[in-house]
Each structure stands twice: as C-alpha cells, then as structure tokens.
Design a protein around this ligand. Structure first.
Ligand code: SF4
Ligand code: SF4
Length: 132
C-alpha cells in the first residue's frame, strides 16, 4: 500500500521570509570597518588578523572591513532570535526586504580575502618589494 503525500506551496512574505533562510545568514557573522590599508605595515597588521580562525577581509564601495564569522549566541535552533524583544538596534534596523537571502553580500565586494594565503598573494602583487 502506498500513501500519497501532497506538497504544499507556502508563499513567502516579509513576515515568514526569515524562516526560509537556512542558518539565519545575517545573524551568523558580523563585520567591522577598518582604516583603508595603504602601507606595508598596514597589510602586515591585516595578515596578522586574517591568520586567526574565522576571519575574512573585504573591500567594497564603503571601504575595508573585517568579517568575523561567528554566529550570534542568541540564534534559536529554528532560526529565531532568543532575545527578540530586546535585540540590539542594529538587528531591529536590518530590513529583510532585500537582504543576503536574495543576493549574497560577496556579489558587491571589490576585493575579498578568505584566508592568509590569498591576502599574502595580494600583498606580493601590490608591493613589488614586499619581502625586502
Ligand atoms: S533578514 Fe535576510 S539574511 Fe537575515 S535571517 Fe532574514 S532572510 Fe535571512
Ligand atoms: S540578537 Fe537576535 S537578531 Fe540580533 S544577531 Fe543575534 S539572533 Fe540575530
């Protein structure tokens, strides 16, 4: 005997959109803007930072940023927020109308370093006498 299971299509709305977002992308990391690196010593600092676990660096039209790939402590198993009523202002102001669910943030990066090796390669290209 077989049982037929009917599939139900749920329409995505602003209210339920986040429930479709696996891992609550916007709560799984944060960024910190940094001064534009110009000198070798600036890039040496960035190399030190990206040598650490879960750190990436990018540049977009707003400048340079660190990405700290650590999830918020308050994401619930189902993707909700455990402190929803008192969540920080930055969380309240984040609009899901057009967010990372629709377009990955990386699509607008001009430079993106995901590890030490990729940044070191860039440094060697940017500074002809990098190792001198
Ligand atoms: S705002 Fe966007 S990225 Fe954040 S949880 Fe909702 S759908 Fe996902
Ligand atoms: S406080 Fe809530 S809304 Fe803000 S990042 Fe953490 S889980 Fe997401």
């Amino acid at each position: 005997m077989s049982t037929k299971i009917e599939s139900v299509t749920v329409e995505m709305t602003a209210e339920n959109k986040c429930s479709f977002c696996k891992g609550s992308k916007c709560c799984s990391y944060f960024t910190q803007q940094i001064d534009t690196p110009r000198k070798k010593s600036d890039f040496q600092t960035l190399l030190w930072q990206i040598a650490h676990r879960d750190i990436e660096i990018y540049k977009d039209e707003d400048g340079w940023f660190l990405i700290i790939n650590n999830s918020c402590n308050f994401i619930l198993a189902g993707g909700g927020c455990a402190i929803y009523d008192e969540r920080p202002t930055i969380c309240r102001e984040y609009d899901n109308d057009w967010c990372e669910y629709d377009e990955p943030a990386e699509d607008n990066f001009k430079l993106h370093f995901t590890n030490y090796k990729s940044l070191l390669k860039y440094c060697k290209k940017r500074f002809k006498r990098w190792g001198k």
